[in-house]
Design a protein around this ligand. Structure first.
Ligand code: XCC
Ligand code: SF4
Length: 624
């Protein structure tokens, strides 16, 4: 089986009939993957190589052994992932720096901005909110390259965690600097010590979680609004036969927010009617999909593995992308249908696409131009080629940290006078009604069956009184399979189902896009601080059942660096170095209080998590 998603199965068959190649065909054609690559023991860092480690050639030409080679490759994955999240965040901060009262971008969450301004010592009294915004943005931009000190958001962690980071010299300085340090240290002839390579990886990844990603989340909330709870739907069944279908794919909300605005423009709506459509239907994909469903209820078309399939429905007028997780293959697939594949970012130009550059300065005009392209393409839709699969599920989305606390307040503020805290969540954890909270996040990976591990693991966890929070393509999977629906509490065990009933939440909570994994850090940190514990003492865990991207490696590493055990359903390319495996899966327990655990069998992985949460509870219950 290739995927457990029935819509996907239908469209894979349609692709075959249409003679269109997809990732699933390439997966079959690729057959065996490179063993050296899988083990991480191929080094291409200098042009004397590639050097590949085998029993007969245990050293590269420079004498680097398998630990050095694997460690350097791992560190570079962390650096690339951190760069991607953080450069996305930088874009958002630059956008905030040009926000203005009568411009395209305004400040939507003034309270959050003022809180941050106060935290950073920016004057707020009697000041125009936009002056505050610009000063705060300037300070944030310095976080990327400031010459002195460490990252400001480290102070959001419990003091025990901050002390630990200091003790192990993994407090990130500025974001870009950590990335550069890894690129330098992994250059030919630099760091050749596996412990140091892992330490560098930890420090850089923490610059992602408590730096780039956290800035991305907080600044997006300030600019575009902190998500609130709302209803939506997920899966390719959200595409509509009689409307102009536009898919928003990629990551940065600065583009998608403008497309949402443009799609409501009366002139463009009228134009859509003129060309014979009933209106404009936006649908999201990957993390952009998560951003717009969280803030606007825009329905989710699908996840990473459905990007080609969406076009294969024959019903998509435009696939609009910015950066990250975009298959170059979309150019070729869209040629087989009428779909316009529109790239917009100078950071991700793709040959064969229609490039319409999106500039923050001219954002709304650019967005209108893009939406217009889509509308004008409606007439080219070939009715013969259209097949929209029917399945979709209803979802409840929009759980920012504030929305979660708001939801908790609604239930308990009648009993206690202390609102605005995580106390109810803490009480549920203390009493054991909830055994723990687990973040199930990340991509789809062609090495496994699409969505199977996500769905299996989420279902197992909620059957065992474990509340699941989710982001990224994991969240899309949850949405598609009905797990983000409040009715899904019927799949949960008694304790969790009661909590869901009382707090009026689904058993799997959608926290947003992948940069929003920082929301998970924030919630766990608040719980820990409430209890005066470190984050590693709380019965929580992170899981990336089907991860594939370098960004996921950065996330997994900062989650471990934050004291939260991380479970992977796909083995990272480290198997060729026993020392790397040992450090990541065992030794880190002594330094950061958490490790990675890997099992490619989803049922077994779920059981491991459940057992480990119970073990963590023993220690936790002693402490509370
Ligand atoms: Fe990409 Fe963010 Fe992975 Fe999905 S989950 S495949 S990284 S879109 Ni982030
Ligand atoms: Fe080979 Fe060393 Fe060059 Fe890597 S850095 S390619 S191991 S010589």
């Amino acid at each position: 089986m290739l995927t457990i998603d029935l819509n996907s199965q239908e469209l894979i068959e349609k692709a075959e009939r249409d003679g269109v190649e997809t990732m699933y065909d390439r997966k079959v054609a690729m057959k065996a993957q490179c063993g050296f690559g899988l083990q991480g023991v191929c080094c291409r860092i200098c042009a004397a190589g590639p050097c590949r480690i085998t029993p007969k050639t245990p050293l590269g030409l420079c004498g680097a052994d398998e630990h050095v080679i694997v460690g350097r490759n791992f560190a570079r994955m962390v650096a690339a992932g951190t760069a991607a999240h953080s450069d996305h965040a930088r874009g958002i901060v630059h956008t905030m720096a040009i926000a203005s009262r009568d411009g395209n971008y305004t400040i939507k969450d003034e309270a959050k901005l003022k809180n941050l301004a106060k935290e950073w010592g920016v004057e707020t009294e009697d000041r125009d909110i936009y002056d505050i915004a610009h000063e705060v943005a300037d300070i944030a931009l310095m976080e990327f390259g400031k010459p002195h000190g460490t990252l400001k958001f480290l102070s959001h962690a419990p003091y025990q965690r901050q002390d630990l980071w200091k003790k192990h010299n993994i407090e990130p300085r500025s974001i870009d600097r950590e990335i550069v340090t890894i690129m330098h240290s992994t250059h030919m002839g630099c760091t050749a010590d596996i412990d140091s390579l892992i330490n560098l990886s930890l420090r850089t990844s923490l610059a992602d979680g408590w730096g780039g990603s956290m800035i991305g989340t907080i600044f997006s909330d300030i600019l575009f609004g902190t998500p609130t709870v709302r209803q939506s739907e997920a899966n390719l069944g959200v595409l509509e036969d009689n409307k102009v279908n536009i898919i928003l794919h990629g990551h940065e909300p600065s583009l998608s927010e403008m497309i949402v605005l443009a799609s409501e423009d009366p002139e463009l709506v009228a134009l859509a009617k003129e060309v014979g459509a009933e209106g404009i239907n936006l649908a999201g994909m990957c993390c952009t999909g998560n951003e717009v469903t969280m803030r606007h209820g825009v329905r989710t078309a699908g996840d990473f593995h459905q990007q080609e399939l969406a076009i294969i429905t024959g019903a998509v007028e435009a696939m609009i992308v910015d950066v990250q997780c975009i298959f170059p293959a979309l150019a070729k697939v869209s040629e087989c249908y009428h779909t316009k594949f529109i790239t917009t970012s100078p950071k991700a130009k793709i040959s064969g696409s229609t490039y319409i550059e999106f500039n923050e300065e001219t954002a709304l005009d650019d967005a209108k131009k893009i939406v217009k392209e889509a509308i004008l393409n409606f007439k080219n839709r070939d009715r013969e080629k259209v097949h929209i699969p029917q399945l979709k599920s209803s979802t409840t989305v929009g759980f920012s940290e504030q929305a979660i606390i708001g939801q908790l307040d609604r239930v308990v503020n009648s009993q206690i006078d202390q609102t605005g805290t995580v106390k109810p969540l803490v009480d549920c954890l203390k009493s054991g009604v909830l055994r723990g909270v687990v973040g199930v996040v990340g991509c789809n990976n062609a090495r496994s069956v699409s969505n199977k591990a996500h769905v299996t693991i989420m279902k197992e966890l909620i059957k065992n009184d474990i509340l699941v929070v989710t982001t990224g393509c994991g969240a899309s999977a949850a949405g598609k399979f009905g797990l983000l629906n409040k009715e899904a509490k019927s799949m949960a065990s008694k304790g969790l189902a009661t909590v869901c009933e009382l707090v009026d939440i689904p058993p799997v909570i959608h926290l947003g896009s992948c940069v929003d994994c920082s929301r998970i850090l924030s919630v766990v940190s608040e719980v820990a601080k409430y209890l005066d514990m470190d984050m590693c003492d709380i019965p929580v865990a992170g899981v990336a059942p089907e991860w594939m991207s370098e960004k996921a490696v950065a996330i997994g590493t900062y989650v471990v660096g934050s004291g939260i055990d991380t479970y992977l359903g796909i083995m990272p390319p480290i198997g060729g170095s026993s020392k790397t495996v040992e450090i990541l899966t065992q030794t880190l327990q002594d330094s950061v209080g958490a490790t990675f655990k890997v099992n490619e069998n989803p049922e077994e992985l779920a059981q491991m998590i459940i057992n480990d949460i119970e073990k963590k509870r023993v220690h936790f219950e002693e402490l509370v």
